[in-house]
Design a protein around this ligand. Structure first.
Ligand code: ZN
Length: 226
């Protein structure tokens, strides 16, 4: 065999092995599911869940518990806002506000929502902070959203108590504070007149944002009495 044939065969063998599904027979970790687990999801989350539970995990921060609805969070957000109002001179509130402002300042240039494709989760999370900065979102709104999630979890009789669920829920609330990119053009024949692009609210970016948000409020949460 000539060298180049050997090299080609070796290359084919490596490619074939990489394409093999992982044959470790794990089953999904969700109790009662029983389906085969996947090694990893497309958005890079290592997982021990089947496809549908992995997808749920990516979107909601929990393989089985869905995200809280706006209606479920609303009363807690009201309470969070009232508490922040009453405690605006509290040193831990000041600390949390400063941390959000630092994230705004370090977020780099604003990136339009339709230019996010191809960016890493870290870059997307910075873009999310830049979006809030550009939209002039008061840091206290970010903090209120995080406290609201904390209070919602505390009041939930069946919470997912893992920090990942909390983090993802906080990130989803943050995402909602600054909506996507919206553009309008004067009416043209047949062409698009409006463009609305919202960043995807799932995957690793939510975990990165969640860690940022958790750091903003951790001291506040540990010192506060509601
Ligand atoms: Zn499953």
């Amino acid at each position: 065999m000539t060298d180049w044939i050997k090299r080609r065969e070796r290359k084919n063998e490596v490619a074939a092995r990489a394409a093999e599904p992982s044959l470790r027979f794990h089953t999904c970790r969700v109790v009662g599911c029983g389906k085969r687990s996947r090694a990893a999801t497309q958005d890079g989350l290592d997982t021990f869940f089947c496809r549908s539970h992995a997808d749920h995990h990516s979107r909601h921060g929990s393989p089985y518990k869905r995200s809280y609805t706006a209606k479920e969070i609303a009363p807690h957000r009201k309470r969070a806002r009232a508490w922040l109002e009453a405690n605006q001179d509290d040193m831990w509130v000041t600390n949390a506000v400063q941390r959000v402002q630092t994230l705004y300042a370090n977020a780099g240039p604003h990136v339009e929502a339709f230019r996010l494709n191809g960016l890493s989760p870290q870059e997307r999370s910075k873009a999310a902070w830049a979006r809030l900065r550009k939209a002039n979102i008061d840091p206290r709104q970010v903090i209120a959203a995080c406290i609201a999630v904390e209070l919602t979890v505390q009041a939930d009789p069946q919470p997912d108590s893992k920090s990942e669920f909390r983090r993802v829920q906080m990130a989803k609330q943050m995402h909602k504070l600054a909506s996507g990119t919206h553009k309008q053009w004067p009416s043209t024949a047949g062409g698009p007149k409006e463009l609305h692009v919202y960043p995807r609210s799932r995957g690793q970016v939510l975990r990165h944002l969640g860690v940022d948000l958790e750091k903003c409020i951790e001291l506040l949460i540990s010192h506060a009495t509601w």
